[in-house]
Design a binder for this molecule. Structure first.
Ligand code: C5P
Length: 221
């Protein structure tokens, strides 16, 4: 009755950047387009999953058949993910969550009086690490965007966040953030697979097929 490699599996995907307010008109943001995460949501749906897509501020259409929840800040995304968690079998964290936010957003627009301005920043919650530490826990897939030491950094994150799989992508050199192409090194405890340069849509289909294979080893049909 459940069709496709992820038939009936409840998948939650985070995608896009988050936007952290400095004051009522200014934000700290990053260059994530959300395209990789949206493509993963579409590919998971096509593989038969029931997909919830938790999206930061992006200019992308909702993939057909996917439930979308729009969020702004890391705190919003954290809340949305925790509320989806009881009905999540498989979590894919493709969002570029801000690692730091202004410790206190100003209620009034900051005036340019001083020559220099220091902003105090604080860490945001690590959504993926928290989901992975939760019991019962969903199957967890993370991303690692790195400019240097791609594989070593990705292996370290796989272990530190106790993930089932991690998809590492090199940023810069015309790949990754703000680009339509990407290339992924997918790692798990016992293995690895290189997904060479392709469109994010093609890569998402390959990644979802690989994730489904690993997921079904733990949760056979
Ligand atoms: O440690 P790092 O930020 O490089 O890890 C990246 C992975 O962790 C991505 O999957 C990202 O979506 C997730 N993440 C998160 N919450 C954060 C920071 C990263 O879920 N605050």
């Amino acid at each position: 009755k459940h069709k496709g490699p992820l038939g009936g599996v409840r998948v939650t995907v985070t995608a896009g950047p988050t936007r952290e307010p400095i004051d009522p008109v200014r934000v700290i943001a990053n260059r994530s387009s959300g395209r990789m995460g949206f493509a993963i949501a579409a590919a998971a749906r096509a593989a038969g999953a029931r997909v919830t897509l938790i999206a930061g501020p992006v200019a992308l259409a909702t993939p057909r058949g996917v439930t979308r929840v729009d969020v702004e800040t890391a705190a919003d995304m954290h809340r949305a993910v925790l509320s989806a968690l009881p009905s999540t079998d498989l979590f894919v964290a493709a969002a570029a969550v801000a690692d730091y936010r202004p410790a206190a957003a100003s209620a009034h627009k900051l005036k340019k009086t001083a020559d220099t301005l220091a902003l105090a920043l604080e860490r945001t919650p690590d959504i993926l690490a928290e989901v992975s530490a939760h019991r019962p826990r969903p199957f967890c897939v993370g991303f690692a965007a790195e400019t240097d030491d791609l594989l070593a950094n990705a292996r370290a994150k796989l272990a530190a966040k106790r993930l089932d799989m991690i998809a590492a992508n090199r940023v810069g050199d015309g790949l990754g953030i703000e680009q339509s192409d990407n290339a992924l090194e997918v790692l798990w405890d016992e293995g690895a697979r290189s997904l060479p340069r392709a469109s994010k849509e093609d890569l998402a289909r390959e990644l979802v097929a690989l994730v489904a294979e690993r997921y079904r080893l733990i949760h056979p049909l």
